[in-house]
Design a protein around this ligand. Structure first.
Ligand code: ADP
Ligand code: MG
Length: 314
C-alpha cells in the first residue's frame, strides 16, 4: 500500500511531455520528421508553425489519437500508445476546430463527457467546470447557439473535466474575435496553472502572450527550441533604444550598472538589462545626472515574427 502512494505522488510530480525522434508518414509524405523535444512539468509551451507544418499531427500522436510511424511520445514518463487508456487519462485535449455536438445542451454535453470518464458526482463536477470556464450564463443553451468564444469555453471544460496533468490545445484561439481572444488566453493561463500545457498556434503574438517558451516547427521539422531562450521570449530581459541630444560614450553609459549590453545603433544606443526595474527610468535618471536630453526612448519588442521568418524560409 505504501509503495502505491509513493507511485501516485511520483506521477503527480512528473507532468512532462516528451517526444523522441518522432516520424509520421502519410503515404510518401513525411508530415513529421525526426521531431524531439521535452516540455517540463508546469511549463506553458507554444508550438508555433505555419499551416501544414505538422503541429496537429504531432499533437494527435502525443494524445494517442494516431500512432507514430517511428519514434515515441511519453506523457508523465509513460509511453503513449493508441490503445492505452493510461496516458489518455493524464491528458486533456482540445482538438483543432473544437469538434462539438452542436445539438447538445452545454450541461448535457459535459455530463456526457464526464460519463465517458466514468466519473462519480457528475452533476457537481459539471457545475464546477461551468464555473471554472465562465459558462454560467450559457450553461442551459444548446452548444450550436453559442458564440465561438463560448464554444471554446465548452471545449476547454471538456478538456479539463477529468483533472488531467497535461493539456494539449490545438489552435485554441483560432477564429476568435479580439475580445474573445483576450478572454480565452486568460482562461488558458488560468486553467493551465499547475498543469503542463502545450498549445499550437500560427500566431507569434499568441506565444508571447501566453507561453514561457516556444518550439517552432516547419515542414515537419523542429527549427527552433527556445530552451536556451535564443528568441528572447524571456521577459526578464529588457531592450531599450535611446537617443540623446549630445554625444555620449560607451564608458559614460557604463555608469548604469544595471545595463549589461551597450551597442551603438543609428544615432543612438541599444541597451539591454535584466533589471527588475523599468530600464527606461534608469536611462532617464542617467540622462538627468549627465545633463542630457532624451530625444528618443523606445522599448524594443523582440520580433518573434522576424525570427520565425528567417527560420522557416529556407
Ligand atoms: N490524414 C492525413 N492524410 C494525409 N495527409 C495528412 C493528413 N493529416 C495531415 N496531413 C498532411 O500532413 C502535413 C501536416 O499537417 P498538420 O499536422 O495538420 O499541420 P498543422 O497542424 O501544422 O497545420 C500537411 O501537409 C497535411 O496536409
Ligand atoms: Mg493543425
Amino acid at each position: 500500500m505504501f509503495s502505491k502512494i509513493v507511485f501516485s505522488q511520483d506521477k503527480r510530480n512528473n507532468m512532462s511531455i516528451e517526444v523522441r525522434n518522432l516520424y509520421k508518414y502519410y503515404g510518401e509524405q513525411a508530415a513529421v520528421k525526426n521531431v524531439s523535444f521535452k516540455v517540463n512539468t508546469g511549463e506553458i509551451v507554444g508550438f508555433l508553425g505555419p499551416n501544414g507544418a505538422g503541429k496537429s499531427t504531432t499533437m494527435k500522436i502525443i494524445t494517442g489519437y494516431i500512432p507514430a510511424s517511428k519514434g515515441e511520445a511519453l506523457v508523465c514518463d509513460i509511453p503513449v500508445s493508441v490503445d492505452s487508456l493510461e496516458t489518455k487519462a493524464l491528458i486533456g485535449y482540445l482538438p483543432e476546430h473544437n469538434p462539438l455536438y452542436l445539438d447538445m445542451y452545454v450541461r448535457e454535453y459535459l455530463e456526457f463527457i464526464a460519463k465517458i470518464y466514468n466519473m462519480s458526482d457528475i452533476k457537481d463536477r459539471v457545475s464546477d467546470m461551468v464555473k471554472r470556464v465562465g459558462l454560467e450564463i450559457e450553461q442551459n443553451k444548446k452548444i450550436g447557439a453559442l458564440s465561438k468564444g463560448y464554444r471554446q469555453r465548452v471545449g476547454l471544460a471538456q478538456a479539463i473535466i477529468h483533472e488531467p496533468k497535461v493539456l494539449i490545445l490545438d489552435e485554441p484561439t483560432s477564429g476568435l474575435d479580439p475580445n474573445q481572444l483576450v478572454e480565452i488566453r486568460e482562461l488558458i493561463k488560468n486553467v493551465g496553472k499547475e498543469k503542463t500545457v502545450m498549445l499550437s498556434t500560427h500566431i507569434m503574438q499568441e506565444v508571447e502572450a501566453i507561453c514561457d517558451r516556444v518550439i517552432i516547427i516547419n515542414r515537419g521539422e523542429i527549427v527552433a527550441d527556445d530552451q536556451a531562450n535564443i528568441i528572447g521570449l524571456d521577459k526578464s530581459i529588457q531592450t531599450v533604444y535611446v537617443e540623446f541630444d549630445a554625444k555620449v560614450s560607451k564608458t559614460q553609459l557604463r555608469q548604469m550598472a544595471e545595463v549589461q549590453k551597450i551597442e551603438p545603433l543609428n544615432d543612438g544606443w541599444l541597451l539591454e538589462s535584466d533589471t527588475k526595474d523599468d530600464l527606461r527610468k534608469i536611462i532617464a535618471s542617467f540622462a538627468q545626472n549627465n545633463e542630457l536630453l532624451i530625444l528618443t526612448l523606445k522599448k524594443e519588442e523582440k520580433s518573434l515574427e522576424e525570427v520565425f521568418k528567417t527560420l522557416t524560409q529556407k
